[in-house]
Ligand binder design. Structure first.
Ligand code: CP
Ligand code: NVA
Length: 312
């Protein structure tokens, strides 16, 4: 029997399921041959906000698995005219096999999932970006030549920037599930929300997760991985000037990197605003790592599609 599963949050996955998704993704990376496991299946793609990587990697991934991606133009759908999420979700369930959705409000995707009989994938909301974070983990494993999740515990990951955005929240969640060592460096007013941290800290006893939150950029010196993201996420554009001022001391630049070890890598989910959260020279220096994560998104999306459609 098909039991409907969604990927709305990293917390929807157990450690074994994360392992399963990563293993399949590495398999896809090793063996690039196309297969037709999803022949006859359709993936709906609905985006309320822009996307380059997520939409492309899911569309290509679905096609490489033999299925058909179908792009539903949010602005030309009936949603802006007032059709409810409840009804839209039921409509999707009549025609499609699985849907990837990018919306502003996290509660909207939760509502989609509630009324859908087919799996819903979170392609980014204001609160989480789970597929991105799975690719981050895959990339760290690849770059540090780690073949077992357990060994990731030795890697010190530092996220610097907006500690209260979707990327930070998904990194906190994956750290909780896998028991990672994560530091968030952020101005006080952009610290992760208490509820977000409390949820993660519930895993302390089971996974031994270590999360440190600070506004002190010098703490970066112990990092093996530095992760950053835009200072102004989609939907927060009215705060752009304020954010530029508050976040400017948190830029990833050559001066900051002088205090980290030579083996430390820099990652970014992209799109990057060079000159803001990261300088062009640092971006260029770590382009190899950053674009590995871009590439890995394709393998993760394929793996997530198979996982949610009960094919792995
Ligand atoms: N990183 C990411 O999700 O990129 P897009 O917004 O281009 O999909
Ligand atoms: N935090 C960024 C991530 C983009 C992939 C945003 O939401 O705009």
């Amino acid at each position: 029997m098909f039991v409907k599963r969604d990927l709305i949050s990293i917390y929807d996955l157990s450690i074994n399921e994360v392992d399963m998704i990563l293993n399949k993704a590495f398999e896809f990376k090793k063996n690039k041959k196309t297969v037709d496991i999803l022949k006859g299946k359709t993936l709906g793609i609905l985006l309320e906000k822009p996307s380059t990587r997520t939409v492309t990697s899911f569309s290509v991934g679905m096609a490489q698995l033999g299925g058909t991606p179908i792009f539903i133009d949010f602005s030309k759908s009936q949603i802006p005219r007032g059709e409810s999420i409840h009804d839209t979700s039921m409509v999707f369930s009549c025609y499609l096999d699985i849907v990837m959705i990018r919306v502003f409000k996290h509660s909207d995707i939760e509502e989609f999932a509630m009324y859908s009989t087919i799996p819903i994938i979170n392609g980014l909301t204001d609160y989480e970006h789970p597929c991105q974070t799975l690719s981050t983990i895959m990339t760290i494993m690849e770059l540090y030549k780690i073949n077992k999740l357990n060994f990731l515990k030795d890697i010190k990951i530092t996220y610097i920037g907006d500690g209260n955005n979707n990327i930070a929240n998904s990194l906190i969640a994956i750290s909780a599930i896998l028991g990672l060592c994560l530091t968030i460096i952020s101005p006080n007013q952009y610290y992760p929300k208490k509820e977000t941290l409390n949820k993660a800290l519930k895993y302390v006893n089971s996974t031994n997760v270590k999360i440190k939150i600070t506004n002190d950029i010098n703490v970066i010196k112990n990092s093996d991985v530095i992760y950053t993201d835009v200072w102004t996420s989609m939907g927060f554009e009215t705060e752009l000037e304020h954010r530029k001022n508050v976040f400017s001391p948190y830029q990833v630049n050559e001066k900051l990197l002088k205090i980290v070890s030579k083996k430390c890598i820099v990652l970014h989910c992209l799109p990057a605003i060079k000159g803001e959260e990261i300088t062009s020279d640092v971006f260029d220096k770590y382009e190899y790592c950053i674009f590995k994560e871009v590439e890995n998104r394709l393998y993760i999306q394929k793996s997530v599609l198979l996982f949610l459609l009960n094919k792995i």
